[in-house]
Design a protein around this ligand. Sequence first.
Ligand SMILES: C[C@H](O)[C@H](O)[C@H]1CNC2=NC(N)=NC(=O)C2=N1
Length: 112
Amino acid sequence: MTALANQACEPCSGNATPMTKTEAQDALTALPQWKINDGDGIMKLTRSYHFDDFVSALAFTQRVGDIAEQAGHHPMITTEYGKTTVTWWSHEIGGLHQNDFILAARTDEVAE
Ligand SMILES: C[C@H](O)[C@H](O)[C@H]1CNC2=NC(N)=NC(=O)C2=N1
């Protein structure tokens, strides 16, 4: 498990400050396959994973769901034939928090 994936998540609290764009870009260096998009004005961390079929994409989706439930922090997941897209952000603060980067790293850990 990578150092980032092994970090403890902080409890989600509405009074945390969202990362600045610079802070998010810096944190992104630890997650080279991930992208930051803020098309709707909220910075989000996203990556697509490719699989041979729908069943594999769905099984990965469940593994990500297990990570989320364990952490109490949840992504948006789109699952289709051969592809699962995972997007992390912190709803309560309307942006990115270190928790999102930790959980993105944990997501990479369960992608076979
Ligand atoms: C009550 C519950 O713990 C909170 O609503 C959690 C649930 N999961 C969450 N997931 C994400 N990504 N952001 C949140 O702010 C969040 N809040």
